[in-house]
Design a protein around this ligand. Structure first.
Ligand SMILES: *Cc1c(COP(=O)(O)O)cnc(C)c1O
Length: 356
């Protein structure tokens, strides 16, 4: 039986997607060739790319005037591509620092130009989302991380700003409805709600590009990839194909609106148990709790080994918290069924019964 996979990333993908993907490795579209041994410029793969893009456009209801790209280098390369493409030579950019991923983005921006920290939650180990963010400064863009995978915090609202809004949505894209028109640039590594590691989804508003006066290396220039339809060089065909399958699966389920409801149910169920069970405690401010990554701990550290072995017995995988936070982290990405959360909750209840 498949394990209950709470891994934070790479993470669970739908079973039917994995089945189709493994098929395509052996024999893609009944052509007696593997997906990964055909030209990316052949019609079958161009169809995959086009379908992936149109699914992204449809599922997120993307207005005209935006380009959709599948790039390489992970979200981590977007940390650098963002300032390269959007920070003008004498300009200033702003960042909201809500954790390690934000900090890494800030580090890259500082290497390119003037970077202001507009808000910061490092004083309490990033256990909350800063409030009343209202940047007055003249910024080329404001960057934030919508869901903080490591700490389990999530923005419930868009930061207010007159600047171009840029967001790292790696760990909550496609998990809930978003208004793309509020953003100039959105990016997300595939491996958390979309597909295998290897590609990064970029959604960029065309008219914000080409304004910096900066010379951008070819591969780091969004315009290069827009002009070549994400095929300036060989794209990560497998990762894009599996992402396409996952998006198709999501559409078949009823799209982002549907999955948002299920995600709310899953998160609510688990948070209710964390709050009810006397042995456990949540790690972040209630109103900033993430629906994707739920962080919690045992009040009595000595019970950890007992809980860990109970989890193992019922097939729970990937529950260990990030090393910078400790405790536990249950990642409830789109493909994780409600059933898995029920098994986890039951296991927490069993621990309580035996250790009151
Ligand atoms: C995982 C993660 C990243 C890093 O993504 P890579 O694709 O490994 O570079 C960046 N930001 C967030 C929010 C993440 O969860």
């Amino acid at each position: 039986m498949k394990k209950h996979n709470f891994s934070a990333g790479p993470c669970i993908l739908p079973e039917e997607v994995l089945n189709k993907a493994s098929q395509a490795i052996l024999n893609f579209n009944n052509n007696n060739l593997s997906l990964i041994e055909i030209s990316h410029r052949s019609e079958p793969f161009i169809n995959v790319m086009n379908e992936a893009k149109s699914l992204v456009r449809e599922l997120l209801n993307i207005p005209t005037g935006y380009s959709i790209l599948f790039l390489q280098g992970g979200a981590s390369l977007e940390f650098l591509m963002t300032p390269y493409n959007l920070l003008s030579l004498n300009g200033t950019c702003g960042y909201i620092n809500t954790g390690i991923w934000s900090k890494k983005a800030i580090h890259e921006a500082k290497s390119i130009g003037t970077t202001l920290i507009i808000a910061d939650s490092s004083d309490k180990n990033y256990s909350y989302i800063p409030e009343n963010i209202n940047s007055q400064e003249q910024l080329d863009y404001l960057h934030y991380t919508s869901n903080n995978t490591i700490y389990g915090t999530q923005f419930k609202d868009y930061p207010k700003t007159d600047s171009i809004l840029v967001c790292d949505m790696s760990s909550d894209i496609f998990s809930k409805k978003i208004d793309v028109s509020k953003f100039g640039l959105i990016y997300a590594g595939a491996q958390k709600n979309m597909g295998p590691a290897g590609t990064t989804l970029v959604i960029v508003k065309d008219n914000i590009l080409g304004r910096t006066g900066r010379k951008i290396p070819t591969m780091l220039d969004y315009t290069t990839h827009i002009n070549k339809d994400s095929m300036f060089n060989t794209p990560p065909v497998f990762s894009i194909y599996v992402s396409m399958l996952t998006l198709k699966w999501l559409k078949g389920k009823g799209g982002v609106e549907y999955i948002e409801q299920i995600n709310n149910q899953k998160a609510q169920k688990l948070y209710e148990e964390i709050d009810r069970n006397v042995l456990f405690k949540g790690l972040v401010k209630d109103k900033d709790r993430s629906n994707m990554n739920v962080t919690f701990k045992l009040n009595n550290k000595e019970l950890e080994s007992v809980f860990d072995s109970l989890c193992k017995t019922v097939g729970i995988n990937g529950l260990k918290g990030h090393r910078s936070v400790g405790g536990y982290r249950a990642s409830l990405y789109n493909a994780l069924p409600l059933k898995s959360v029920e098994v986890l909750v039951k296991t927490m209840q069993n621990l309580e019964k035996n250790n009151k």
